[in-house]
Ligand binder design. Sequence first.
Ligand code: G4P
Length: 531
Amino acid sequence: MTTLLDEIARRRTLAIISHPDAGKTTLTEKLLLYGGAVQTAGSVRARKGQRATTSDWMELERQRGISITSTLLQFDYDGYRVNLLDTPGHKDFSEDTYRVLTAVDSAVMVVDGGKGIESQTRKLFEVCARRGIPIFTFMNKFDRPAKDPLALLDELERVLGIGACAMNWPLGDGADFKGVYERRTQQLHLFEKTPNGAFAAPCQVAGLDDPIVIEKLGERLHERVHGEIAMLEGAGHPFDPEAVLAGKLTPVFFGSGVNNFGVQLLLDQFLRFSSPPTPRKSGERVLLPDEEKFTAFVFKIQANMDPMHRDRIAFARIVSGRFERDMQVVHVQSGKKVRLSSAHKLFGRDRERVDDGVAGDVIGIVGGAEYGIGDTLTTDATVRMAEIPRFSGVCFATISNAQTSKYKQYKEGLRQLLQEGVVQCYELEKDGGTVPLLAAVGELQFEVLEYRMKSEYNAEIRIERKPWTLARWWRVRPDGAEKPVTWPTSSGQAVDPEGGRVVLFEEPWQLAYFTERHPHVELALVPYGVR
Ligand code: G4P
């Protein structure tokens, strides 16, 4: 029987982040193949292809050809248990994508080698970087014409503000792609199929000047690669596992996901150098993953997965202790005792009952109408997790009920959907009173709200867009209490549900101007006390 500590040490909980089309689905599929989950791997692609689900609000997904929902995948590989949390990928962002990142301990960032760092990768990266989690980079699609690899590393460091260390190096690209050279082990991995269709086994060489390398690459390519690696050795970041764990250095792997080339190198090194579940904060207290008491926090709620039952699933990340089916826990926010009898692993529409789990695992709890985003489930009633997965909005709108006769439906629908985290809602100061202000990280969230209010609660809403594009939580520094604060006339002031004060700006220059004039006001991208 393994101990709790052993079980936790072998957990790796990650998300793959990327811009649409960079190759996240493909990489997910290949990783699952290594975990022996062949059938599931097939359906990852199928799911992306069909975009078909039975749930009715997912009709919106189908109409728009996007994927809003996300999935939980688990597989074993080389003694590790890997929890792969799929971040919904579509061009319209939603907060769900960010929320998933609060539940993982590390991330793999897929970059299209032909395009470099794209906008959505950058945004997702920023959320990971703020939490200081290890980030591994897969430079994909080297079988196609790619950007200069040194320029890609440089871009990564410049745009993302993080050190990059190439673990393997691409030998050419596009039609001239010959494979990768693994720097640490001095192994040559050739992008060459053997008669049985598999890639040639890696071959040990005595450095880059080994005659085998010269022969395989040809003189011109060898010279180029030689020069690139000399540059790396001279000016690149050395590999430093501590810096990787601190999220300050990203190990970079080159390859081609669709050809399953370079994927195993990534997976092996990822498992070796990424982090098992780390301690998390509960107020002033730090919860260790191997504490005996069970604690989990809800990071995502998905409703109406099954239109026949109008059910809800709360996804909870286990932070400490061991989960056992039917165990009784306290739902801290309501103070109620609840029995966790219907916990599931989920993949698309398929549910599989979960009987046990440890820190690092994610369980989907069916039912639980009272659960909200960020809620704590625990066997230790003194614990209240500090993880409120809330992010700074970029679009804002006021909301009102469009049919007075449906006020009850409007109230109830809005209450439930806000609890589920479909959008955020603040109280906006207006004419001496307040009005509700919706905040979202993507327009899609407003659309989902409107659609679901109508289809599930039969309530029509009126949404009026506001011109603000930036929100910051603010407080006056202790030494600046006496100094005045002058808000720009175009700004808005609001209060979040926890009482946090939020200021809204229209343009980045207004924020910059305000910051310059008010060094005594502290501005934050997320509520205070939240990573
Ligand atoms: P995403 O989840 O990040 O949106 O990307 P996805 O994996 O679906 O990949 C987007 C497209 O890029 C797919 O092609 C996929 O086959 C292709 N792709 C992924 N990895 C590589 C690679 O290493 N090399 C090359 N050349 N292509 C790659 P598609 O035509 O959109 O879809 P499909 O018809 O191949 O499924």
